[in-house]
Design a protein around this ligand. Structure first.
Ligand code: 4AD
Ligand code: MG
Length: 468
């Protein structure tokens, strides 16, 4: 076969160099046609759109074309021509086809018919080849780029926090332990506690639940930073919004108070949504048409609305009034309760009909590091609540007072001896500061309109599943 430089399908589809010879490579979506002429829909992942290859069956040989079935990988040389058919501007009249790899129709699981998302999760190694997952993963890439651009343009520094840690940032005891000890032969002291002296790190270590504590150290030096990396939670929640391994973006800014933190969160999400609309049009249109007819409208809606700012206490009043008027929630609602997703969604979807930033939560249900309000009951927390998702961001202004922070850590059972380095930021040159964490996959749920978080990360880790 003649060697011609490959053109990506995304570029071929935009080309007007009719009459020129091109090469494309990709995976066959379908082959159909007659004894004389075949049409191959070819996709190489560069775009959701396929290029149509027109094949003179006699010229290339019927036998030779037999392995060109759905899923096979081929390289095609041909002439670029203006398309007569609807739905595409160009097509390629094949002159030569090389078959890189066939895909036996008897065993290849992705035949042309639409498969359920549940079935596709069982073949996560192949699902990127579907239109749906191609679209989702291209959007995922674009959101990562948008995030770096947003912060870089505003003078934030990308700061790398460790994945292996000896401290529990959220104090929620949901950590996966990291050890090289022989689990069949654990050494214990007289109280039955495991002795970690001979473990790899000489102490108990785990996978991080958040890079915030280290992020705060960096903000106290570089001024404004963000992290963007994997985080891990061993919470046994089998919901469409929880993963055991997810990616989190955590900005942290010196001198920002809670109001500025809220504005940063709002600007940040809007920037990402705008980026998706501007750069992922074909993929979002596809997801809108196939799964969620309201998707584009919802994305555009969020850009127009100012997010509601509402103290927790007011939020609970609204929910209690709803109950009094006969609205049924599965879980009870009263001041002090950690709101369930149904409560959050009621506020967003039914009461305000736009995103809500809930602030000033009871201190008992929030982490030890949040700044305490004068009322002695609430802390300067903020959760950003979104339609269909519930909590998309969690953050706060941080307690900058050394004594208050140390006391609160002790009250909440956070071992102060393990976070001496964190407390040092409050001993030396402390300052007001704030930050938040955005769950990357929750943002992707919103932007793609997918309903299950397992479908916006390539290889989901959830209770009892770590395949692929
Ligand atoms: O509210 P969270 O627990 O806050 C923190 O970890 C803080 N240290 C963040 C900070 O202030 N720097 O988690 C932040 C966000 C949540 O709002 C949610 O979007 C996401 O992380 N998240 C999860 N996403 C998927 N699966 C899970 N199990 C998640 N847990 C939290
Ligand atoms: Mg939270």
């Amino acid at each position: 076969m003649e060697t011609i430089t490959r053109t990506k399908i995304v570029d071929v589809l935009k080309s007007v160099a009719f009459g020129s010879t091109v090469n494309v490579k990709g995976w066959v979506r379908t082959r159909r046609g007659s004894k004389q002429v075949n049409f191959i829909a070819l996709n190489d992942g560069s775009t959701i759109n396929n290029v149509q290859i027109v094949v003179d069956v006699e010229k290339l040989g019927e036998e030779y074309l037999k392995p060109v079935t759905t899923g096979a990988c081929i390289s095609v040389n041909g002439i670029l021509v203006e398309s007569q058919g609807k739905g595409q501007n160009v097509e390629i009249q094949a002159t030569e086809i090389q078959i890189y790899g066939s895909a036996d129709p008897a065993t290849y699981p992705l035949q042309k018919k639409g498969h359920s998302l549940e079935f596709l999760r069982e073949i996560a190694h192949l699902r990127p080849r579907t239109n749906t997952f191609g679209a989702v993963f291209r959007i995922r890439h674009n959101m990562a780029i948008a995030i770096h651009k947003f912060f870089h343009e505003r003078g934030f520094f990308y700061f790398h926090t460790p994945i292996i840690t000896a401290s529990d940032c959220e104090g929620a005891g949901q950590m996966f332990q990291v050890t090289t000890m022989n689990l069949y032969d654990l050494k214990k002291d007289e109280n039955g506690s495991i002795i970690y002296d001979n473990d790899f790190f000489g102490k108990q270590a785990s996978l991080t639940v958040s890079g915030q504590l280290e992020g705060e150290l960096a903000a106290m030096a570089l001024g404004a930073i963000y992290t963007f990396g994997p985080t891990f939670r061993a919470e046994n929640s089998n919901t469409p919004r929880h993963l055991a391994e997810f990616w989190m973006i955590e900005p942290e800014v010196a001198f920002n108070e809670i109001a500025e933190n809220m504005q940063l969160a709002e600007d940040f999400i809007k920037y990402c949504v705008q980026w998706a609309l501007d750069n992922c049009h074909d993929d979002i249109q596809f997801l809108n048409d196939m799964f969620d007819k309201g998707l584009i409208e919802r994305l555009e809606g969020v850009l127009k609305e100012t997010f509601v700012r509402l103290p927790y206490t007011e939020g609970v009043k609204i929910l209690e009034e709803a109950v009094a008027k006969g609205h049924k929630f599965e879980f009870p609602v009263y001041w002090g309760v950690d709101l369930a997703s149904e409560h959050e969604r009621y506020l967003v979807e039914e009461h305000f009909k736009r995103p809500v930033i809930l602030t000033d939560y009871p201190k008992e249900i929030k982490a030890f590091y949040m700044k305490q309000n004068e009322d002695g009951k609430t802390v300067r927390a903020m959760d950003v609540l979104f339609p269909k998702i519930g909590e998309i961001i969690g953050g706060s202004q941080r307690e900058e007072d050394f004594e208050k922070l140390r006391t609160r850590a002790e009250e909440m059972g956070v071992p102060v001896k393990d976070i001496w380095w964190y407390l040092d930021t409050r001993r030396f040159g402390t300052a007001p500061h704030s930050g938040f964490g955005l769950g990357f996959e929750r943002l992707l749920l919103f932007v793609t309109g997918m309903a299950n978080i397992r479908d916006v990360i390539p290889f989901p880790r959830t209770p009892k599943t770590a395949d692929f």
